[in-house]
Design a protein around this ligand. Structure first.
Ligand code: TPP
Length: 302
């Protein structure tokens, strides 16, 4: 298949946009652009995880381009906000957003999962600028992010600590230990974000390990839970959730986002078969035009 080039957004210019609805539209476009880049990389390499990466495009993009204070040219800046991708298998989306944000050249994305590359299948904090924690074994993310939030408290720093969990991370006992511990210590600016696509590696969450009623469970553990489930594939909704977070004083915070695994390619959406299957030539040729059409539609609005 001959790859159609896409119109790329000026991501540095986007950062300076002051009109919030214009910025939301630009972010929605950028997230879709990243989704297409991920689709291309995974197809080219014949490896990686499409479903969970596509699910989190808008969440990771909005974090790095709207919510978090970071300095890509100084990744270890002490005051930076922290983000941990607990569902480390979605690494390609994190790498694509980080490269757009300026942590490393976009040309490096094509080295994904090759020998000696800084961009391995699961994120490595010792190799990749911007990666705060090595993840991949589900269930560790909240514990380490709680540690980051507690360190902020000890050091009297004001940075935020965000962690993104998939449903699978919530199947892990360690996550619930961290949920209990966070409710005990109540560190400020700790936010648990849940990418609630309800599909895992080999089936739906309701079959594997039902989590509902999730907001009630988190409330019962003494967390402050957002008043609604936000649309995690809609940047304007994610921005709204951030506005809610900034008004809170009772910590820690949990926000549940309804998302779609494999978002953007109709026959891959909400289907566990596309959790980590290689994107072969036929499915690439069928799926890419759908992604391009959405990008084109977003261009009109932005
Ligand atoms: C401790 C552990 N058990 C099993 C796996 C294998 N595994 C990788 S991804 C995954 C499912 C993840 O589902 P979810 O968290 O819902 O991710 P998403 O749908 O957002 O991709 C599983 C079981 C793992 N990485 N770690």
């Amino acid at each position: 298949m001959v790859k159609t080039e896409i119109k790329r957004i000026d991501s540095q210019k986007l950062l300076k946009e002051t009109n919030l609805s214009k910025k939301a539209a630009l972010l929605q476009y950028l997230a879709q652009q990243c989704r297409i880049d991920v689709f291309d990389i995974l197809h080219e390499k014949g490896t990686g995880h499409w479903g969970g990466a596509a699910s989190a495009a808008e969440l990771i993009t909005t974090l790095y381009f709207h919510i978090m204070k970071v300095r890509p040219n100084e990744p270890e800046w002490a005051e930076r906000d922290r983000f941990v991708l607990s569902k480390g298998h979605a690494s390609t989306m994190l790498y694509t957003v980080l490269s757009n944000r300026g942590y490393f050249p976009q040309s490096e994305l094509s080295t994904f999962r090759t020998l000696n590359s800084r961009l391995q299948g699961h994120p490595c904090m010792n190799k990749t600028p911007g990666v705060e924690m090595s993840t991949g074994a589900l269930g560790h993310g909240l514990s380490v992010t709680l540690g980051m939030a507690l360190s902020a408290q000890l050091l009297k720093k004001k940075f935020w600590s965000f962690v993104l969990l998939g449903d699978g991370c919530l199947n892990e006992g360690q996550t619930w230990e961290a949920i209990m511990a966070a409710a005990k210590f109540k560190p400020e600016r700790l936010v648990l974000m849940i990418d609630y696509n309800k599909v895992q590696l080999d089936g739906n969450s309701d079959e594997i390990m039902p989590l509902d009623p999730l907001p009630e469970k988190l409330k019962a553990f003494n967390w402050t839970v957002a008043p609604k489930v936000y649309d995690g594939n809609m940047v304007s909704d994610i921005i709204q959730s951030w506005e809610w977070m900034q008004k809170q004083t009772d910590w820690p915070l949990a926000v549940i986002y309804k998302t779609h695994k494999g978002k953007g390619v109709s026959f891959m959406e909400d289907n566990h078969k596309w959790h980590g299957a290689p994107i072969d030539e036929d499915n690439y040729a069928k799926g890419r035009p759908e992604l391009l059409k959405t990008l084109k539609d977003l261009e009109v609005q932005s």
